[in-house]
Design a protein around this ligand. Structure first.
Ligand code: DAH
Length: 348
């Protein structure tokens, strides 16, 4: 075949192949196979040396034409493939801004936190200060300074996690009685405080016991504080937590840091006092322990019990939450199951 026809044939074949190419990779392969160093056109140009002097410029011109034409077609095709790829991506990544957004889920405080904050608000309103204590406490403050010396039998009820023989996870918030008392300057006014927080006991966990739970300690010390003040305060608390029509009653009890000591019951919020399953038929529900501060506790904190006296109380927000919402297993509060926790919305 004449070189001229050969060139024309190559040009047609190349052109039709380039037309149907769909990827940049295929396109590059075609470029190499026609225009590359060992490509078909290059081969033809190499054969020009055997041509006659008249033929050479004619074929040379045609070869250049074909090369330019293919180069141009390759460039155009490259453009087309790139544009197609871009359009495809744009179509896939289209954002429909008119679609409704997904609402962020609004969380809430844990039910125990909600109860504690409600109680804090009440006492803040009555002029109490809120004292934060440490969960890691000295044996000395946890026990001795609230009148539970070494070997006192009541320590057994509060067996706990010791870190060293002198340092432990506090078993109650009562050490804050001693810690606040020894800091307080009575020349500036009475001591009125509550102290909420976590406490620990080496209990075997069951429906009503957890090795970790919460307490709120309360204490008021001044001149001339009586048991009537204690009762009035706790009645206000009971009404706030369980409803305006509640009453309380005090039963004699024992705590080493109070004398006399009482167990405080609230009239049943479910049946109003006639007896039901919540109050186990008695009409009353035990909610906390309290009493008049023991003179020894005052003395050990450097406060003169001949001049000053007052009351203390300790309550369990876990128990209050269980009663208030009819939760029958304390462990539910600590499993972090959203389906359980999101049922409790005290405020809003
Ligand atoms: N600390 C006691 C306990 O954990 C609770 C308590 C009872 C605290 C009577 C008090 C109180 O302040 O007066 O069992």
């Amino acid at each position: 075949m004449e070189l001229k026809d050969k060139l024309t044939a190559i040009a047609e074949k190349a052109s039709s192949e380039i037309r149907v190419v769909s990827s940049l990779e295929e396109l590059e392969n075609l470029r190499v196979s026609y225009l590359g160093k060992k490509g078909e056109i290059t081969q033809v140009l190499k054969g020009m040396k055997d041509l006659s002097a008249e033929e050479r410029p004619v074929i040379g011109q045609l070869a250049n034409q074909v090369r330019d034409q293919l180069t141009e077609q390759l460039a155009v095709t490259r453009q087309r493939i790139e544009t197609e790829a871009l359009n495809k991506r744009l179509a896939e990544e289209t954002l429909d801004v008119t679609l409704p957004g997904s609402k962020p889920k609004k969380g809430q405080s844990h039910v125990i936190t909600q109860i504690m904050e409600e109680i804090e608000d009440l006492f803040l309103g009555m002029g109490y200060q809120i004292i934060e204590g440490n969960e890691v406490e000295e044996d000395y403050y946890n026990f001795e300074r609230v009148n539970l010396p070494q070997n006192h039998p009541a320590r057994d009820m509060q067996d706990t996690f010791y870190i060293t023989p002198e340092v432990l996870l506090r078993t109650h918030t009562s050490p804050l009685q001693a810690r606040t008392l020894e800091q307080h300057d009575f020349s500036k006014g009475p001591l009125k405080m509550i102290s909420p927080g976590k406490v620990y006991r080496r209990d075997t966990d069951d429906a009503t016991h957890s090795h970790q739970f919460h307490q709120i300690e309360g204490m008021v010390i001044d001149k001339h504080i009586t048991m009537a003040d204690l009762k009035g305060t706790l009645e206000t608390l009971a009404k706030k937590m369980f409803g305006e029509n509640r009453e309380i009653r005090l039963r004699p009890s024992y705590f080493p840091f109070t004398e006399p000591s009482v167990e405080v019951d609230v009239s049943c919020f479910k049946c109003g006092g006639s007896g039901c399953s919540v109050c186990k038929g008695t009409g009353w529900i035990e909610i906390l322990g309290a009493g008049m501060t023991h003179p020894e506790v005052l003395k050990m904190s450097g406060v003169d019990p001949e001049i000053y006296g007052g009351f203390a109380f300790g309550l369990g927000p876990d128990r209050i939450a269980m009663l208030k919402y009819g939760v029958d297993d304390i462990r539910n509060f600590y499993l972090n199951d959203q389906r359980f926790l999101e049922q409790f919305k005290v405020k809003g």
